[in-house]
Design a protein around this ligand. Structure first.
Ligand SMILES: Cc1cc2nc3c(=O)[nH]c(=O)nc-3n(C[C@H](O)[C@H](O)[C@H](O)COP(=O)(O)O)c2cc1C
Length: 311
């Protein structure tokens, strides 16, 4: 009650101030004159239309400003959901924030060196925003820009799933141009930095039913177990014969038609999207770009080396 009384007093004060204001009096006189006009008056029609536009503009602006924090929150939640999904940790009905905080660790990686950058708080870092900032990004030379993205952030935000201190999944952000749009997604790899766990695209505008099938769970399931790098014929590290993990070039590609899993080389192949060769080529290119030396190859090489206790 005291609050309501205060509000009434405040309102009364405001009215008193307005009543004394010359411009308000002029406006009031004008409004009274307009309202007294007949409904078929051109001046009244225009004045009412302008007033309506002003009121709507104020309402829309207010909604945009007031809902901004909610939008940001929802965007973050959606991103966390996608990361949990590609990590195979999304449980229907679960608390996304809690699951993400418990199971996922975000790290910043210097793409050139492959080292972690501890001076940047991963929670605050927005890689897509950084890619648009000339101070935080690098222009990609045309001959290396197979993903057609033109610029990349110097630092990437990767996500790790750990169990008892050991890495279980490495989740890499990837992007590249399809037919109509830049596709943004996550590629999840085994700790070997070579075997695919899953892929998802959370932002793309390819045609639904054609290139848009990149979001189809059945197609996404085909990626599990595929290899991103050509295996070299050098002696295996597993046998302790070489000191450092030595992967070949990025080799994964989407092929036209269905992959025959019994054939040699099929471990590097995923079915292309039917009627969407251009989007499929875009996906091949973006995966090859981000697994190349331009992308995460230096980082993945370091993850393998550390895992095997070489450095
Ligand atoms: C309305 C329309 C939308 C299309 N959308 C896509 C698309 O999202 N991705 C794509 O690769 N091709 C799309 N295509 C088809 C391409 O133009 C091209 O024909 C196709 O990529 C060739 O693939 P195919 O050799 O598997 O038929 C679209 C075609 C039309 C007419």
């Amino acid at each position: 009650m005291p609050n309501e009384k205060k509000q009434c007093e405040h309102y009364a004060k405001l009215c008193a101030v307005l009543e004394k204001n010359e411009n308000y009096q002029k406006f009031k006189a004008y409004a009274d004159r307009i309202l007294a006009l007949g409904n078929d008056s051109l001046e009244k029609t225009i004045a009412i239309a302008v007033a309506l536009c002003l009121v709507c503009a104020v309402l829309v602006s207010f909604a945009a400003v007031a809902l901004k924090p909610l939008q940001i929150n929802n965007k973050e939640l959606d991103m966390k959901q996608n990361i949990l999904d590609v990590a195979g940790l999304l449980e229907p009905g679960s608390d996304i924030d809690a699951a993400f905080a418990e199971k996922i660790e975000a790290k910043i990686v210097d793409l050139e060196t492959g080292d972690y950058v501890e001076s940047i708080n991963a929670g605050d870092y927005d890689q897509r925003k950084a890619a648009k900032d000339p101070a935080q990004s690098i222009a990609i030379p045309k001959d290396k820009d197979i993903a057609h993205i033109r610029i990349k952030a110097k630092y990437a935000k990767v996500f790790l799933v750990k169990e008892a201190g050991a890495i279980k999944s490495i989740i890499l952000p990837v992007n590249g141009y399809g037919l109509w749009s830049t596709l943004y997604g996550f590629l999840s790899l085994d700790p070997d930095g070579q075997t695919v766990q899953s892929i998802n695209f959370y932002d793309q505008a390819e045609t639904p039913g054609l290139g848009g099938e990149v979001v189809n769970p059945n197609w996404r399931a085909l990626w599990k177990g595929k290899k991103v790098y050509a295996e070299t014929d050098q002696p295996s590290m597993d046998k302790g014969l070489i000191a450092e993990a030595d992967m070949g070039e990025p080799a994964l590609s989407l092929i036209k038609g269905v992959v025959d899993n019994s054939k040699p080389g099929s471990q590097y192949q995923v079915d292309g999207l039917a009627g969407a060769t251009l989007t499929s080529t875009g996906v091949t290119n973006l995966i090859r770009y981000w697994t190349s030396k331009e992308g995460f190859a230096p980082y993945l090489s370091k993850v393998r080396t550390v895992k095997r206790g070489v450095s």
